[in-house]
Design a protein around this ligand. Structure first.
Ligand SMILES: NCc1[nH]cc(CCC(=O)O)c1CC(=O)O
Length: 311
C-alpha cells in the first residue's frame, strides 16, 4: 500500500481549531515523518452567526463547510470536535471517521475575573453561556445565578467577558488548554456538578470513505478507549434524537479495570427535572450500551421532555 505524499487538512479557523490541527500534524509527523501536511482553514456558519444556533438552517453549523471542502476534494482530512458533530444523523454521505484521538479533559471550568467559585458568586451574577446543557444544570444547582447568551469562539468570549457582557464564563477545560489559557480558570467543575456533553474533549479525524490511502495513514492516530467511549455516547444521542435546544449530557468512562460505563442525563431547561441513567457495558458493545442507556431515559419520559422544548 502506498502512503500519500501530502495530506491537506481542513478545519475551522478559530485559534482552538487551528491548535487542534497542530496536534494532528505533530502526531502524524511522529508516526509518518515522510508525509507532508498543509492546513486549509475555513469559516463555518457557526463562526459567522452570533445568534441562537437553533435559528441556523439545518444542523452542523460548525461542520458543514469543512465537510463540503472534504467532499469536493479540496482537502483530504477534516479535524472536528466530536462535540460539534450532529449526533442524530449519520455523517455526510461519502465521509467516514478514520480515528478518534486520545480524549482530553472532559470537564467544564468557571472563569471569574474576581477569582470566586460557583458557590461564592453573589446572586444575580451573569454567567455567559448559550449552552442549553450548561444553563439547565446551573439553573438546577445555582438558581441564584443568571445565564446570559454568549456565543463566539473561546477567545472572543473572553474579550466579551472583559468588555463586561457577562461577569463570568463556563468553558471546556480542554478548549482552554488548546488555546493556552488555563490561567483564567478559577474552578474546575467535577463531572457530578456539571455532566459533560457527548463527545467532550474528543477530536475526530474524518476522511472521504473511498480515500483508503489517507484513512490507512491516519488510522494509527486512533485511541481505542476513546473510540469505545465516543461510540457509546454518540449512539445514546442518536437514539434520543435530541435537537439543538435539548439539554442532554452523556459521559462514557473506562475505569482502571478497563470496564466501560455510560452516564447520561436529560434536563428540563429550568433544571428542576433531571432524568438520569447509568449502566455498565459488561459484555455489551459500546453501541448497545449507548442504546440501553437511551432506552432507560426514554422509559423515564425523555421523549416527552425533549419534544416539549421549543426548537
Ligand atoms: N461549543 C464549541 C466547542 N466545541 C468544542 C469545545 C471544547 C473542546 C471539546 O470539548 O472538544 C468548545 C468550546 C467550549 O465548549 O468551551
Amino acid at each position: 500500500m502506498s502512503a500519500p505524499e501530502l495530506i491537506r487538512i481542513v478545519s475551522r479557523d478559530s485559534p482552538m481549531a487551528l491548535a487542534q490541527v497542530e496536534r494532528v500534524r505533530a502526531e502524524l509527523g511522529a508516526l509518518h515523518p515522510g508525509i507532508a501536511t498543509e492546513v486549509i482553514p475555513v469559516k463555518t456558519t457557526g463562526d459567522r452567526w452570533m445568534g441562537a444556533l437553533s435559528q441556523v438552517e439545518g444542523k452542523g453549523a460548525f461542520t458543514k463547510e469543512v465537510d463540503a471542502a472534504l467532499l469536493a476534494g479540496d482537502a483530504d482530512l477534516a479535524v472536528h470536535c466530536v462535540k460539534d458533530i450532529p449526533g442524530d444523523r449519520p455523517l455526510p454521505a461519502g465521509t467516514t471517521f478514520a480515528a478518534f484521538l486520545e480524549r482530553d479533559d472532559v470537564r467544564d471550568a468557571l472563569i471569574h475575573p474576581g477569582g470566586l467559585t460557583l458557590d461564592e458568586l453573589p446572586a444575580g451574577t451573569r454567567i455567559g453561556t448559550s449552552s442549553v446543557r450548561r444553563i439547565a444544570q446551573l439553573a438546577g444547582s445555582h438558581p441564584q445565578l443568571q445565564c446570559v447568551p454568549m456565543r463566539g469562539n473561546a477567545n472572543r468570549r473572553m474579550e466579551k467577558l472583559a468588555a463586561g457582557e457577562a461577569d463570568a464564563l463556563l468553558l471546556a477545560v480542554s478548549g482552554l488548554e488548546r488555546i493556552g489559557r488555563t490561567d483564567v480558570i478559577t474552578q474546575i467543575l467535577s463531572v457530578d456538578e456539571m455532566c459533560p456533553p457527548v463527545g467532550a474533549g474528543v477530536l475526530a479525524l474524518q476522511c472521504r470513505e473511498d480515500d483508503t490511502e489517507t484513512i490507512d495513514a491516519v488510522s494509527g492516530l486512533g485511541h481505542p478507549q476513546t473510540f469505545q467511549e465516543t461510540a457509546a455516547e454518540r449512539m445514546l444521542l442518536h437514539v434520543l434524537q435530541g435537537h439543538c435546544n435539548s439539554p442532554i449530557a452523556g459521559y462514557a468512562k473506562t475505569d482502571r479495570r478497563g470496564e466501560l460505563s455510560l452516564r447520561a442525563c436529560v434536563f428540563t431547561p429550568d433544571g428542576k427535572t433531571v432524568l438520569n441513567a447509568h449502566e455498565w457495558a459488561g459484555p455489551l458493545t459500546p453501541e448497545t450500551l449507548g442504546t440501553s442507556v437511551a432506552v432507560a431515559l426514554l422509559r423515564q419520559g425523555a421523549r416527552e421532555l425533549i419534544d416539549s422544548i421549543a426548537h
